[in-house]
Design a protein around this ligand. Structure first.
Ligand code: AMP
Length: 545
């Protein structure tokens, strides 16, 4: 027997309808790519999204067609997303930090028909346009006055493009499982893989992400998504924030410490989110300028492990609660958030920080398990490492155009992360399965060592890789970038780490470099680093031979 409730498909564009009707005057404030601050409302965003939809429809864009966006977080990008969603086309966010050839590969693989882009990226696109065979038109997110001379095919300024139609249009109606968005994984090896979100997965994910024990966003919040919309579905903030009716502040192209601080302060931002690199820049700015953060309540930090020192600084020096989060492109992206359940809520000082180092607990809709190499589940004791596997309505089951399923026979997706689970369900990433250092049959977490090393006051960034060793198979090599105008010795760094980790985890050597390579999403590129140090002979290896 079926239930007798209404069939109300979970279509992502209903989010902007809700925001416009129930929170219509709430503001969306952006730093425009042209420079000045721009302010609009959810009601206006919806009205202009309808124009985007009408114009796309006129151009012959149909259900399932891909429309690329290569753009910063601004109100125009938001309008483009909802316009695309409203006709059942697919927003394909392209990461501008990829190499131009990778961008071309992704656009061709996705068979994008229209490219919506910012002024910033016109020169890159002009260089690769001859390779982008499927693109029929380039829409530049600006007005006629700022429109550059360009060789891009059928290029038009966004304001002229939508200005040519009225907003008299109705969203299309289709199945909630229809594709909504697309984002290629940053993959450090091989070709990128396309993750294809559905309207249903987006809506369910946004509902879950906003819950009090997750990001906890309400209509009284002012949310600044520093994380770009082209990173892992923009951490879904372009959907979750309007769904909750919170004010939205969009940073545009300027993500440096001073620019982010200006937005946090001028617009009284209460919740913000980004990768650790962004927060490192902000903290450096705060320290050098002596500024405070009187309005900010919560900072969501994820994408890579949040160093303990960062959590401590935000909380102790600025009174801002750190919410460590973990997820991945394939998970829409939220997997866990480290908010404190009653079991840990009363902890303070170092004990509280110990828990906050963990990536957190899963919301409803994310099932997790950790297994050994034979697929057997290992205990949730907070110590035993295992491969982290996940299942849920907003987790990928396959990649775009790949025949093979991405899940096992029980429906679980292997995240490629190695983690522990504690008895209260808190997950802690120990490493990427391919980055963990295998020393004498035991595993050493490169992430733990990196976190510890960046706690040294002179260290700006640290990376640890496994280097072949004749006796132990692999041993850790610590690669360090020092803060500006600092000098340090290997012994100084090692002395700082001594006693804070098991003796056999201590790096066998420390090298100082000017720069550590990063992927387009800001993660340390361990593959490149391993290549860079190929053939490196550890002092301990010489001794062992
Ligand atoms: P991406 O799909 O590019 O967002 O990358 C997802 C991967 O980033 C995950 O599988 C993790 O390896 C890593 N990651 C994300 N958040 C964290 C975190 N808080 N701590 C450690 N690693 C993380």
């Amino acid at each position: 027997m079926l239930g007798l409730m209404q069939d109300w498909p979970l279509l992502s564009y209903k989010i902007i309808d809700h925001a416009a009707i129930h929170h219509g005057t709430r503001k969306v404030i952006s730093r425009s790519v042209e420079g000045p601050i721009h302010t609009t409302t959810y009601a206006d965003i919806r009205a202009r999204s309808l124009k985007v939809a009408k114009r796309l429809d006129q151009e012959g864009i149909r259900l399932g067609d891909r429309v690329a966006t290569l753009a910063w977080n601004t109100w125009r990008h938001l309008e483009a997303w909802y316009g695309i969603l409203g006709i059942g086309a697919v927003y394909h966010t392209v990461n501008p930090r990829l190499f131009p050839d990778q961008i071309a590969w992704i656009v061709n693989h996705a068979e994008d028909r229209i490219m919506i882009t910012d002024l910033t990226f016109v020169p890159i696109l002009e260089k690769i346009a001859s390779k982008l065979a499927t693109i029929e038109r380039y829409v530049i997110l600006t007005d006629g006055a700022h429109m550059p001379q360009t060789s891009l095919k059928n290029a038009i300024a966004y304001e002229d493009w939508i200005g040519s139609v009225d907003g008299d249009f109705e969203w299309r109606f289709f199945d909630e499982n229809t594709a909504a968005g697309m984002c290629y994984t940053s993959g450090t090896t091989g070709n990128p893989k396309g993750v294809l979100y559905s309207h249903r997965s987006n809506v369910l994910h946004s509902l879950v992400a906003s819950a009090p024990d997750m990001l906890g966003i309400s209509s009284r919040d002012v949310v600044l998504p520093v994380v770009p919309m082209f990173h892992a579905n923009g951490w879904s903030l372009a959907l979750t924030t309007p769904m909750m009716g919170a004010t939205m502040v969009m940073p545009g192209a300027k993500l440096d410490g001073a620019s982010i601080y200006e937005l946090l302060n001028d617009f009284k931002v209460t919740v913000t989110a980004a990768v650790p690199t962004v927060w490192l820049m902000l903290l450096q700015f705060l320290e050098s300028s002596g500024s405070k953060l009187p309005y900010l309540k919560k900072v969501v930090i994820g994408g890579s492990a949040c160093p303990r020192a960062m959590t401590q600084k935000f909380q102790d020096n600025y009174g801002v609660e750190v919410m460590h989060a973990w997820g991945m492109t394939e998970m829409s992206p939220l997997g866990t958030v480290c908010t404190l359940k009653p079991d840990y809520a009363d902890l303070s000082g170092e004990a509280r920080l110990d828990i906050q180092q963990k990536q957190g607990h899963a919301p409803f809709g994310v099932e997790m398990k950790i297994t050994d190499d034979h697929g057997r589940e290992v205990p949730w004791d907070g110590k035993t490492f295992g491969r982290l596997k996940v299942r849920g309505p907003s987790v990928a089951r396959a990649y775009f155009k790949e025949a093979e399923s991405a899940i096992d026979k029980d429906g679980f997706f292997d995240t490629g992360d190695v983690a522990t689970m504690d008895p209260h369900g808190y997950m802690q990433i120990t490493d990427r399965s391919k980055d963990v250092i295998k020393s004498g049959g035991e595993w050493i977490s490169s992430i733990d060592l990196e976190n510890l090393a960046v706690g040294h006051p002179k260290v700006a960034e640290a990376a640890v890789i496994g280097v072949p060793h004749p006796k132990w198979d692999e041993r850790p090599l610590l690669v360090v970038v020092l803060k500006k105008e600092q000098t340090a010795t290997k012994d100084e760094i090692l002395a700082f780490m001594q006693g804070k980790i098991a003796k056999w985890w201590m790096p066998d050597d420390v090298v100082f470099v000017d720069e550590i390579p990063h992927t387009a999403t800001g993660k340390i590129q361990k593959m490149t680093l391993r290549d860079q140090f190929k053939g490196y002979i550890l002092p301990t290896a010489e001794a062992a031979e």
